[in-house]
Design a binder for this molecule. Structure first.
Ligand code: GLU
Ligand code: ZN
Length: 317
């Protein structure tokens, strides 16, 4: 365990915070506060076309409503700012420069890539592995004929890591994902690059986030290595599911924190419910953040997805 923990929560202001997001934020915060570390809030607003006006303020407000606080962030500042990714373009440009000999332009169109869809799939949701069409092509052409994405030549072999929640993980990025995009053709910096550059620059040594990002981690480990950055430890928190067993969506009103607040739920009630769902409390009755800090231990945390419907029904009725 690192002797001094620097952990973070990194929401994207592309919608409202839902119960799953807030539960993950709570674990990230508890894991830092129970070890007297530093908690950082970083806003991942690079995908500007998807950013929703006012969402950042609403997310921060929901986090504060639960009682969470942060030592560094867009509103409080800090030594590793700015804390909004849209204001950190220089960092990403420098990283792309550093990676230059591992990058190549890719002009594959959506339909080129769709034709791959019949190929065998890797475990990730993004579809089949990219077979490296443009890696060869660029050797023969001077300039790409249309706006090009930048792909990262992945290293062969397996990536291994030990996740605090999910255990031992192994993935062959070259086979399962292939060379992946670091800057899209529309010039937007990809999440995979931004998150690694910023976790590195902000000295983050503990990454807590939703299990939906587990598949991204081997790619990010390759980037940490290529950029000579220390690899943080990871904890991927099992997802929250609705009554139909589906993962929560930002647009789903019934699991949106705004809606729950509007329905009258109190922060201590929600803390009790979340603490219980996580395995930190024996009953779902109201509790304080202090109770959860005292109870926090990685070993106790539930490793299963949490179906939140029963609890919500009780609140909303
Ligand atoms: N911004 C990402 C999200 O909201 C999380 C990134 C991370 O924690 O690595 O899904
Ligand atoms: Zn291509």
């Amino acid at each position: 365990m690192p002797s001094y923990v620097r952990g973070r929560y990194a929401p994207s202001p592309t919608g409202e915070l839902h119960l799953g997001n807030l539960r993950t934020a709570l674990v990230a915060w508890l894991a830092v506060r129970s070890s007297r570390g530093t908690f950082i809030l970083r806003v991942e607003d690079l995908d500007q076309p998807r950013v929703i006006e006012g969402a950042e303020e609403r997310i921060l407000d929901d986090l504060r409503w639960l009682g969470l606080d942060w030592d560094e962030g867009p509103d409080v500042g800090g030594a590793h700012g700015p804390y909004r990714q849209s204001e950190r373009m220089d960092f990403f440009a420098a990283a792309l420069q550093k990676l230059e000999n591992r990058l190549y332009p890719c002009t594959c169109s959506r339909s080129d890539l769709r034709r791959l869809a019949s190929a065998p799939h890797g475990p990730q949701e993004e579809g089949p592995a990219y077979p490296g069409f443009c890696r060869e092509k660029q050797r023969h052409t001077e300039r790409p004929p249309r706006p090009a994405a930048l792909r990262f030549s992945v290293a062969p072999g397996d990536v291994f890591f030990s996740d605090l929640m999910m255990g031992e993980i192994q993935q062959n990025v070259a086979q399962d994902v292939g060379d992946f995009v670091l800057r899209r053709a529309d010039q937007i910096i990809a999440y995979q690059l931004a998150v690694v550059v910023d976790d590195g620059a902000m000295n983050i040594n503990q990454v807590v986030r939703g299990a939906d990002l587990l598949d991204s981690t081997p790619r990010q480990i390759q980037l940490f290595q290529a950029l000579d950055l220390p690899i943080p430890r990871f904890a991927h928190i099992p997802l929250v599911l609705n009554a139909d067993g589906e993962r929560l969506a930002k647009r789903d009103q019934s699991t949106n924190i705004r809606a729950l607040r509007h329905a009258g739920i109190q922060a201590d009630e929600l803390l009790g419910i979340l603490g219980h769902s996580l395995g930190l409390r024996d009953t779902p009755g109201a509790c304080t953040l202090g109770h959860l800090v005292d109870a926090f231990a990685w070993e106790k945390l539930s490793r299963k997805p949490w179906v939140c419907s029963g609890v919500l029904k009780k609140i909303m009725d």
